[in-house]
Design a protein around this ligand. Structure first.
Ligand code: NAD
Length: 364
């Protein structure tokens, strides 16, 4: 199987779908590669490392020629989709829930597309779980950004010039990103509390040395392990409980998401306006509309002396390791779909069937 690795075209995207190490590993399993010139450069992987791993480094106009599969991070544009040969495999974050038109374009072009978001979150598919690998990086980066923006120190310091009290950090939503944000804030010495509507999370939060904030709101967990959306009454109760607690925090990191739905509104403007000067909110749910009422997706703003970071590309801001981990996810998926480099799609398999978002009929 011949695999193309184009340079990403999304705004601010610095990641690459396959790093040289992954190319080398797959090359010994029967895959060959065309990597677009400078595709890995922004992530710290120069062209010569791809060449040394056995890939051919080619220009943009040649990267899709004669390809069996294309490995990407973000979704291709309509113009890029038009260049695909029918029957080509595509792997990437394709946003099947939020961009159905994009999926229709892929289907119309006969592209056999596998969305990283649609890989079942089972133990068997864990090695391919790019939502988790990228959320881990984003959760870490969220805490690092908060620590950078906060005009206070995170740890307790006892110095000759006096004692500094530790920062108070609250993490809302303790899934993969939230737990990593908690762990990172703990390592930096902050006093950390966490909250999630899924009751099972309490133990995980506490095992990281953080306190579980009791807001008196508990939600249901769906079969896939995700949170079910709260009722409007429960949501209002959560907001007012948070309004009480948030003013005491120096940093609030929010990661609460419901798959395929707008992000739940957890922090109303009134709560932000009661925070101390210099406090920081990092809203990891910005892409889905934000957990904070004031979040501007993609931007960093200030409201009454409170910094609100709404970047939607936190994993791309840590591109070396984000790419390395993503490449391991893509490698595992490629080996699953084409063991030894020979395409063998089995739609009775839950990973193959679950991740395929277009073009299944092309393969029949
Ligand atoms: P996510 O990104 O969809 O959501 C982040 C968190 O927000 C979740 O923990 C969710 O419960 C929480 N949340 C939703 N509404 C909220 C609200 N109103 N207030 C506070 N928190 C709220 O979730 P995720 O991080 O991708 O993962 C969620 C689940 O999937 C977890 O149980 C995780 O362990 C599980 N998972 C399982 C595997 C596996 O291999 N078995 C892999 C990855 C994740």
């Amino acid at each position: 199987m011949r695999v193309a690795v184009p340079k990403e075209t999304g705004a601010g995207e610095r990641r690459v779908a396959l790093v040289p190490d992954a190319v080398g590993k797959l090359a010994s399993s029967g895959f060959t590669f065309a990597v677009e010139r400078t595709a890995g450069l922004a992530a710290g992987f120069p062209d010569d490392e791809y060449t040394a791993a056995g890939a051919e480094v080619v220009s943009r106009s040649d990267v899709l020629t004669g390809m069996d599969a294309v490995a990407r991070v973000g979704r291709p544009t309509a113009d890029e989709i038009a260049e695909f040969e029918p029957g080509t495999l595509l792997i990437g974050f394709l946003a099947p829930l939020s961009d159905p038109e994009g999926i229709e374009l892929l289907a119309a072009q006969g592209v056999v597309a596998f969305a990283m978001e649609s890989i079942p979150r089972t133990t068997r598919a864990q090695v391919m779980d790019a939502l988790s690998s990228q959320s881990t990086v984003a959760g870490y980066k969220a805490t690092i950004l908060a620590a950078d923006r906060l005009p206070r120190l995170f740890p307790l310091l006892m110095t000759a010039a006096g004692t500094v009290a530790p920062a108070k950090v609250l993490v809302l939503g303790a899934g993969v990103a939230g737990l990593q944000a908690i762990a990172t804030a703990r390592r930096l010495g902050a006093v950390v509390s966490g909250f999630d509507v899924r009751p099972a999370v309490r133990e995980q939060v506490e095992s990281l040395g953080a306190a579980f904030l009791d807001l008196g709101v508990t939600g249901a967990e769906t079969e896939g392990g995700y949170a079910a959306e709260l009722s409007p009454e429960e949501q209002a109760r959560q907001q007012s409980a948070l309004e009480e607690r948030i003013p005491d925090m120096d940093v609030v990191i929010t990661t609460a998401l419901i798959p395929g739905r707008p992000a739940p509104r957890l922090i109303p403007t009134a709560a932000v306006e009661r925070m101390r000067l210099g406090s920081v909110i990092v809203d990891l749910a910005a892409e889905a509309g934000g957990n904070c009422e004031l979040t501007q997706p993609g931007a960093e703003i200030e409201h009454g002396g409170v910094t609100i970071v709404g970047y939607t590309d936190l994993a791309a801001r840590m591109p070396y390791h984000a790419s390395q981990l993503y490449a391991r996810n893509v490698t595992a998926l490629l080996l699953h779909l084409a063991p030894d480099g020979e395409l063998a799609l089995d739609f009775d398999d839950e990973i193959t069937a679950g991740a395929c978002v277009s073009g299944r009929e092309v393969t029949a």
